[in-house]
Design a protein around this ligand. Structure first.
Ligand code: ATP
Length: 311
């Protein structure tokens, strides 16, 4: 049976449907990636799963417990790492984690040992007595994670935990997600960075304009959607007639141009690369660089919506 079950969930803000009939099952021990562009509805969906926001329609169950009728029990059973950093700058790192531990009902020796474990887990033991006002953005995000996992929840929800941080903290966070999962937590991880989702998630849901438009492992999604390869060409100039010829080629799905860079999405690039080069040479266009990339989540999103993930 699935650990998290969303059934036909809807959230509206006046005329805007932020989450549009979302039905979704997430199994235990999954690292489930929720991917989508800005404003797609990821945070709204997560807030409803956590019981922080009421759904207008539909039902959500976490571990078999209804969020609608028993949101307090659900809130206790999970750890949310919110998008906005939620820590107290005037308390030390350790006092921050302790504060959240107490909120989750931990006391005495258990509280102290779990606080120390959480700080060690995010690599902040050495800095535990310092106030986060002196911390880098990445360290604050790591402290944010320690506060959310101090009670060792079975479900951890991370809402874009790597926004605006340095590569070292980002790698640390991604590694922590893997370790938490190995230690038995189910994880929901939202991002609009497809590389992160590809590297850590066991299953992926792609959300756009509040709707779930794809669900499966990365490999399944790419196979199911008969994905295109991407060819990037850097050329000496880009005549409009040449772009038009590329666009009307029956095997070419999409052409985008940025200065002297042309990106072409097509099926079976091995077979049709010759056609592309022929069209370019007809217009006396010289190719400086040519790169072929296998399909990935970015091209899947483009294929499903006609837009780039980071438009
Ligand atoms: N409190 C609110 N009042 C009105 N509209 C809202 C509110 N919260 C979210 N929205 C709208 O709902 C839609 C989904 O927003 P949401 O924050 O869930 O998207 P997101 O996928 O998490 O985006 P991002 O990646 O930018 O965080 C957006 O159009 C947003 O403007």
């Amino acid at each position: 049976m699935s650990f998290i079950q969303c059934e036909n969930v809807v959230k509206r803000y006046d005329d805007l449907i932020s989450v549009d009939h979302l039905s979704l099952s997430i199994n235990k021990y999954e690292i489930f990636g929720l991917l989508g562009p800005n404003g797609a509805g990821k945070s709204t969906a997560i807030k409803m799963i956590c019981g922080l926001l009421k759904a207008d329609q539909g039902q959500i169950f976490v571990g078999g417990v209804s969020v609608k009728t028993n949101s307090i029990e659900v809130k206790k059973s999970l750890g949310l790492v919110p998008q906005e950093i939620a820590i107290y700058e005037n308390l030390s790192a350790r006092e921050n984690v302790k504060f959240f531990g107490k909120l989750y009902g931990l006391r005495g020796e258990e509280l102290n040992s779990k606080v120390d474990l959480a700080l060690e887990f995010v690599g902040l033991t050495e800095r535990k007595n310092e106030k986060p006002i002196k911390f880098s953005g990445g360290m604050k995000r790591r402290l944010n994670i320690a506060c959310a996992i101090v009670h060792q929840p079975k479900l951890i929800i991370m809402d874009e935990p790597t926004v605006g941080i340095d590569p070292q903290s980002r790698n640390h966070i991604l590694e922590s997600v893997r370790k938490l999962n190995e230690m038995g937590s189910t994880i929901i991880y939202t991002s609009h960075y497809m590389e992160e989702i590809e590297s850590i998630c066991t299953k992926v849901g792609i959300i756009d304009s509040g709707r779930l438009i794809a669900l499966g492992t990365v490999e399944e999604l790419i196979d199911q959607n008969k994905m295109e390869d991407k060819i990037t060409l850097i050329v000496d100039f880009v005549p409009n007639e040449m772009v038009f010829e590329l666009e009307i080629h029956p095997k070419i799905k999409n052409v985008s141009v940025n200065d002297q860079t042309i990106q072409v999405y097509l099926n079976s690039s091995e077979t049709y690369l010759q056609d592309i080069l022929f069209i370019l040479s007809k217009h006396d266009v010289k190719v400086h660089t040519l790169k072929r990339e296998d399909p990935n989540l970015e091209s899947l999103f483009l294929s499903l919506t006609g837009r780039s993930l980071r438009d």
